[in-house]
Design a protein around this ligand. Structure first.
Ligand SMILES: NC(=O)c1ccc[n+]([C@@H]2O[C@H](COP(=O)([O-])OP(=O)(O)OC[C@H]3O[C@@H](n4cnc5c(N)ncnc54)[C@H](OP(=O)(O)O)[C@@H]3O)[C@@H](O)[C@H]2O)c1
Length: 253
């Protein structure tokens, strides 16, 4: 098959599971992330099945993103699917207690990184036209406020609105845009958010049934491989055992 998928954040969680899912379907894989050894391990695992090109890439680095896209080997240059998945939450403490740098890191990665990659790949997607897809990974945090979400949730609200706005501009090109907004899924997400607190991660995902990375990868694959005339705009997905929190009321003692 002469189609490739460009995945940001392929070293862990949803991105790694998506690499495996698209490999099953025969897509050539462009796998990116900052941790080279993990990219190489995935390349070793999947290159028996499909063509794999790994790029050590920080999505915050605009020039490196552009270079990675400009220098894609011919075999990988028919990017039919862009999975804008790289992202992170930091600082689960209340807004007033967090370091400004953590806010900047989330904005730089989840917002600026995502637009860097989108901007670099838009010409390719438009050239290939009908049936191509941009799949952005938002979050339920982009829609539903909760304590400690502050800038993280706001970055994911950006992803949702950016996805809709892109749809408007891409009308007539055939390029599809979807925002997938997952709820709780067990990946390294909480380990990153808590800066390595394995107990906090185990506690969050313990004694319940979170979604898995494979659950989300299946949805990514689904929206990107629908018939070319269909666009899922927004796909919010949660584990059955997770619902919204109630309104919090501040009361006098
Ligand atoms: N898990 C959840 O409950 C959940 C729910 C809703 C939305 N999400 C979103 O889903 C996406 C994937 O998260 P996950 O749950 O799979 O977490 P994860 O296991 O921590 O994976 C995050 C991925 O993002 C990459 N990444 C982070 N910063 C990057 C940067 N500056 N440049 C390039 N890659 C970067 C990481 O790769 P390197 O560290 O190797 O660069 C890693 O591959 C994120 O956008 C997250 O916000 C997660």
């Amino acid at each position: 098959m002469n189609k490739s998928v460009f995945i940001t954040g392929a070293t862990s969680g949803f991105g790694r599971a998506a690499a495996r899912r698209f490999a099953e379907a025969g897509y050539a894989l462009v796998l990116t992330g900052r941790r080279r050894e993990r990219l190489e391990a995935l390349e070793q695992e999947l290159s028996g099945k499909v063509a794999v090109h790994v790029i050590e890439l920080d999505v915050r680095d605009e020039a490196a993103v552009k270079k990675a896209v400009d220098e894609l080997p011919q075999k990988f240059s028919s990017v039919h699917v862009l999975l804008n998945n790289a992202g992170l939450a930091l600082a689960p403490e209340p807004a007033q207690d967090v370091a400004l740098q953590d806010w900047h890191t989330m904005i730089d990665t989840n917002v600026k990184g995502l637009v860097n990659v989108t901007h670099a790949l838009l010409p390719t997607l438009i050239r290939l036209g009908a049936g191509t897809s941009i799949v952005n990974i938002g979050s339920t945090a982009g829609k539903w406020p909760y304590k400690g979400s502050h800038v993280y949730g706001a970055t994911k609200a950006f992803v949702e609105q950016f996805s809709y706005n892109l749809r408007c501009d891409l009308q007539g090109t055939g390029v599809r845009v979807t925002d997938i907004a997952p709820g709780m899924a067990e990946t390294e997400f909480t380990l990153v958010r808590t800066k390595g607190d394995q107990a906090a991660s185990d506690q969050l995902y313990g004694n319940t049934t979170p979604m898995s990375a494979e659950d989300i990868a299946e949805q990514m694959f689904y929206v990107a491989t629908l018939p070319a005339h269909l666009n899922i705009n927004f796909l919010e997905i949660q584990p059955v055992r997770q619902v919204w929190a109630g309104m919090a009321v501040d009361r006098d003692e």
